[in-house]
Design a protein around this ligand. Structure first.
Ligand code: F6P
Length: 364
């Protein structure tokens, strides 16, 4: 019997989502002769049964485009704002899944999406997820799509900030996304030659950062680039967190990202560095620039690999998994095994060790 699949994109958008939708859709339609429909705006669209036909034409010309043709939202099935209240809409979602005669729902998203997909699996739905996020913080996969593009954008930004920092003898503090993981700031900081890299995994001391900047100035380099991850915290910030907030910080997932306020910390860091070093400091917050626009070649390839592997798994009726990248292969990882794990940067990761070797300061 012809298999019927539904696709949705959930959580923050990410370059490569359209390439992944195309990968799943074209392999499912053309190779496996399945029927494919899309649901708009994540789990909300599935709950409201807002369908987008994905029967061929819609899948052409989208490989190189940013965003998602399906639209996205951060709505969770079990806590959906409806009529001013947060409601558990899991039953409505399950009903629409069955009314549309779906054999499988493909959810493209990060850690939060994965947890939501696992909840639907526990309700008896067949689900498969694909790991997307610029944060690269999904456990169980080598890499997520969107990361490489964002890395390129953030690196180019640091390259450009270097010449102006140099000309004005300034500190430029550049804030890079990544939620609670430091992959993006670390990667862009290394690639862009940032003098200081601050990431959530390594609490920093502002006095140590200031001394590194003063040392550079004494050595004839009165300018510095500080690449700071939006989730980075100083030892003082951590000490000031109440136990309840510290617990929340540990439990936060991608889906909660919108509720977290980061920006103030970077501005304060720049002010402190200005005072402690006597150099002028400026702040650049890259923000959503890192999520927009055309995906890199590497992300297009990754999204196509994962998307087509997903269609192959559906054909084999292998459900309840995330399609992960492992070296050159794609492998299914049980959703239960990923659960709520987050892939942060290990303190002894080779990127960190190499950065330390070239003299990068981590504020520790
Ligand atoms: O998870 C992707 C991400 O871009 C994070 O890096 C960031 O913290 C968050 O989303 C921003 O969320 P929003 O787009 O809802 O402001």
């Amino acid at each position: 019997m012809t298999q019927q699949i539904g696709i949705l994109t959930s959580g923050g958008d990410s370059p490569g989502l359209n390439a992944a939708i195309r990968g799943v859709g074209k392999a499912a339609l053309g190779h496996h002769k399945m029927h494919v429909v899309g649901f708009r705006d994540g789990f909300r669209g599935l709950m409201e049964n807002r369908i987008m036909a994905l029967d061929g034409g819609q899948l052409s010309g989208i490989l190189t485009t940013g965003g998602t043709i399906l639209g996205t939202s951060r709505d969770k099935p079990h806590k959906m704002p409806v009529g001013g209240k947060l409601m558990d809409m899991t039953d409505a979602i399950a009903a629409n899944y069955h009314d549309n005669h779906l054999d499988c729902l493909v959810c493209l998203g990060g850690g939060g999406t994965l947890k939501n997909a696992l909840r639907l699996k526990k309700q008896g739905l067949n689900v498969i997820t694909l790991p997307k996020t610029i944060d690269n913080d999904v456990w169980g996969t080598d890499i997520t799509f969107g990361f490489d593009t964002a890395l390129g954008i953030a690196t180019e930004a640091i390259d450009r900030l270097h010449s102006t920092a140099h000309s004005h003898h300034r500190i430029i503090v550049v804030e890079i996304m990544g939620h609670r993981a430091g992959w993006l700031a670390l990667g862009a900081g290394i690639a862009g030659g940032a003098d200081v890299i601050l990431i959530p995994e390594i609490p920093y001391d502002v006095n140590i950062v200031a001394e590194a900047i003063r040392e550079r100035a004494r050595g004839g380099k009165p300018f510095s680039i500080v690449a700071v991850a939006e989730g980075a915290l100083s030892v003082q910030d951590i000490a000031a967190l109440s136990p309840a907030k510290r617990k929340k910080k540990e439990d936060d997932t991608e889906a909660d990202a919108a509720e977290i306020v980061y920006a103030g910390r970077t501005l304060k860091l720049a002010e402190r560095l200005e005072k402690l070093t006597g150099l002028e400091a400026r702040v650049t917050i890259l923000g959503h620039l890192q999520r927009g626009g055309t995906p890199s070649a590497a992300d297009r390839i990754l999204a196509t690999r994962l998307g087509t592997a997903c269609a192959d798994l559906i054909a084999k009726k292998k459900y309840g998994v995330m399609v992960a990248a492992k070296g050159e292969d794609t492998v299914p990882v049980k959703l239960e095994d990923v659960g709520s794990k987050v892939k942060t940067v290990p303190a002894d990761h080779s990127w960190i060790l190499s950065a330390r070797r070239v003299g990068t300061n981590f504020g520790d």
